[in-house]
Design a protein around this ligand. Structure first.
Ligand code: SF4
Length: 269
């Protein structure tokens, strides 16, 4: 129903608030977007709601009543029909029976930025979705708080999606080292200086390899054990068989799924 394609927001000379963010949100689904402060969560919600128009990319919304598709284009005012996507304060999750506005009640998509990372608040969100039938994009600092409620989980780091998949797959086994760190409650740390090559997470990554200093990984499909799939932006999950010389140099072993996985190897000391 909601399609987000290659949404990019820049600031300064070469820094990204969002970098080519893309996802589809089916009708009635809940997408939990997790990320630490500065990850781009709030910028994403401002683009979704049409508050921030200085972006590149494209957003389209197919209303659940079968009406014509609505497109949000960069640099142009929000079309009036984009009101079918409504923002709500995280305070609507404070009470069991929140007072939604008519626009929120009849929205196709409800967007809530910075929800309280508590199971109780997120549980209320599921009941709201069940009652009103809208899809939801909810951002939160802690992906664990979204457990049992979100249908899909996306993890933002430095304005990029570094992991995105079915919630049950992400919880069964987070793949990207940043997702693993978020689940483990790791604090914030240094990020890649703007304009330098390599993986944006390499300065904090416990699984960094030599190749990570030169190569910026794309979000790519990873097949997980149950047959489900998730996407991760990490060179540990290259689809090709790993280079034995590279693995030997990095001290890694090939994991049971045929590639070196952060979940299969010991963190770098
Ligand atoms: S590409 Fe390398 S540095 Fe980046 S997250 Fe994966 S292992 Fe870590």
């Amino acid at each position: 129903m909601l399609s987000v394609r290659q949404v990019t927001v820049t600031f300064g000379e070469d820094q990204f608030a969002l970098c080519e963010v893309a996802f589809d949100l089916p009708a009635g689904a809940i997408l939990g977007v997790a990320g630490e402060p500065g990850s781009g969560r709030t910028t994403l919600t401002r683009v979704l709601t049409g508050e921030l128009t200085d972006f590149t990319g494209r957003l389209t919304l197919r209303p659940r009543d079968g009406g014509p598709e609505i497109t949000l284009r960069p640099g142009t005012p929000r079309p009036s029909r984009w009101e079918r996507l409504a923002a709500a304060s995280p305070r609507v999750l404070d009470a069991d029976t929140p007072a939604l506005t008519p626009r929120q009640r009849h929205a196709d998509v409800l967007v809530i930025d910075d929800a309280p990372p508590s199971a109780e608040a997120i549980g209320r969100l599921a009941r709201l979705r069940d009652r009103h039938g809208f899809a939801v994009v909810v951002t939160c600092t802690d992906p664990a708080a979204l457990r049992g409620v979100a249908d899909e989980v996306a993890v933002l780091y430095g304005g990029r999606l570094v992991e995105h998949g079915r919630a049950e797959d992400v919880w069964a086994g987070p793949h990207h080292p940043h997702t693993i760190d978020l689940f483990g409650g790791a604090g914030t740390g240094p990020s890649r200086p703007a304009g330098t090559p390599g993986c944006p997470y390499r300065h904090r990554c416990a699984y960094r390899m030599t190749v990570c200093d030169d190569t910026d990984p794309a979000l790519d499909l990873v097949t997980v054990g149950s047959g489900g799939t998730t996407m991760a932006a990490c060179l540990q999950y290259e689809r090709e068989a790993p280079d034995p010389a590279l693995l030997a140099a990095s001290g890694r072993a090939v994991g049971p799924r045929g590639y070196a996985s952060p979940r299969d190897v010991q963190p770098r000391k």
